[in-house]
Design a protein around this ligand. Structure first.
Ligand code: ARG
Length: 424
């Protein structure tokens, strides 16, 4: 306990001093980093470890295997929590109502998952008598901000450690450490080429060859979505039903939200939807290239936007776009508990009260487009919109008077500027 532990020194007030660490709640994925961490924390801090694994709908995960691995590596306990419903209801649904896309392309599945994972970590740390929470984020990414910001907001009494940020092991040393301590390493000594994160709202790959901006994405990146050129030659029509902004049915079959999002993901993946090659501005200043596979979001966000446009006024539609962008930015930036986000949610909910109806999408080889629209709240009247003469709400005779007044200031300003040019 007495050797100098320079590399464990703290910077922020919420970071743990090595001597304060007695029992650690580790956010455990079962991957290499958090497995090495499970062992390393016991050795380095002489501490007990309780593991927590959160199921947010990452496809193909075997949680019995993950739990067994944690126990083998010395965890006191390993809790596996199925948080898919809470994730869908409390995190993805507000994102749908906000048409949330960061940087025009990223539907925020990771950014939405982190505050929930951190909240569950706080609850389980308290229940298990832990003084410290450990996570596997690096010092370069956004996830450390989201997780630590949430924990520090919810539980000022808990301390945090982020071993990957401090342990000064490279990939090779980590693998050597794993072998030395009997930690199973998948795929030999070759480091896995990509850093993957996924849940029911999407999947991301970063790192390795993706960092070469002049290289097109390699086929081995994509694990979820069929390549558009290999997608079925027959288009599929898919009807998405909404009630007050909430997706409730696919092709008239009512589904709970988790089942609906998972089904939409499967259908979208089959048709090659939602591949996004994205240059992103991280919170911490770096730019990064991400390859996203977001088939469920490609379907649901497209349908929601279409329906919202149909029921919103011109003023709501123009204004909400800006708020949608800001909502996405706050969530991306790790500020889930920022009060402005709740303020924005109130407006999102209010607008979405009218977002009820059905949008039929055509899915075909990587493309998704609305082809049929129906809503009891549509601000659309076929008789008014068309060429047929209609009395009542709209008179074509009134249009020239409108045009004269509507364009008045612009015409005056144009005239003044023209005069200025002629005079010079
Ligand atoms: N760039 C995305 C974000 O910041 C995805 C991050 C994925 N995380 C990961 N650990 N690979 O939300």
């Amino acid at each position: 306990m007495s050797e100098p532990r320079e590399h464990l020194r703290r910077t922020a007030s919420y970071e743990a001093d090595p001597d304060e660490v007695g029992r650690v709640l580790l956010l455990y994925s079962g991957g290499l980093d958090t497995s090495v961490m499970l062992k390393w924390i016991q050795d380095e801090y002489d501490a007990e470890v309780v593991a927590l694994t959160v199921n947010l709908g990452q496809p193909g995960e075997d949680y019995d295997v993950v739990r067994g691995k944690a126990i083998d590596l010395g965890a006191l306990e390993c809790h596996v929590i199925d948080a898919r419903e809470e994730f869908a209801e409390q995190y993805v649904l507000p994102a749908i109502k906000a048409n949330a896309l960061y940087g025009g392309g990223y539907p925020l599945f990771t950014a939405l998952g982190r505050p929930l994972i951190a909240k569950l970590a706080v609850e389980h740390a308290r229940a298990a008598g832990c003084d410290t929470i450990a996570h596997g984020c690096t010092g370069k990414g956004n996830d450390q901000v989201r997780i630590e910001g949430t924990i520090a907001a919810l539980a000022p009494e808990l301390k945090i450690i982020a071993p990957v940020r401090n342990w000064q092991m490279g990939r090779e040393e980590e693998i050597a450490y794993a072998r030395e301590h009997g930690i199973p390493v998948k795929g030999g000594t070759e480091a896995p080429p990509y850093s993957i994160d996924d849940n029911l709202w999407g999947r991301s790959s970063e790192g390795g060859p993706i960092e070469d901006l002049d290289e097109a994405p390699r086929d081995d990146v994509f694990d979820l979505v069929t390549r558009p050129e290999d997608a079925p030659d027959e288009p599929q029509m898919l009807k998405v039903g909404f009630e007050a902004g909430r997706p409730v049915s696919l092709d008239d079959e009512r589904l709970d939200l988790v089942a609906l999002l998972e089904r939409a993901g499967e259908i979208g993946a089959r048709h090659g939807l939602g591949i996004v090659d994205h240059i992103e501005d991280r919170i911490v200043g770096l730019k990064v290239r991400d390859l996203y596979e977001v088939p469920a979001a490609a379907i649901i966000l497209c349908a929601h936007r279409e329906l919202e446009k149909l029921v919103g006024t011109i003023h709501q539609n123009n204004f909400k776009r800006h708020l949608d962008d800001h909502w996405a930015y706050l969530v991306y930036a790790g500020l889930w508990y920022e009060p402005l986000l709740a303020d924005l949610d109130a407006l999102m909910d209010s607008v979405n009260e009218q977002v009820t109806g059905e949008i039929t999408l055509k899915l075909y080889k990587g493309n998704v487009a609305a082809v049929r629209r129906a809503s009891p709240n549509a601000l659309y009247d076929k008789a008014l919109a068309g060429f047929s003469e209609s009395g009542g709400l709209f008179s074509q005779q009134a249009s020239p008077g409108f045009i004269e007044l509507w364009t008045l200031q612009s015409r005056m300003a144009y005239g003044i500027r023209q005069r200025g040019k002629e005079g010079s």
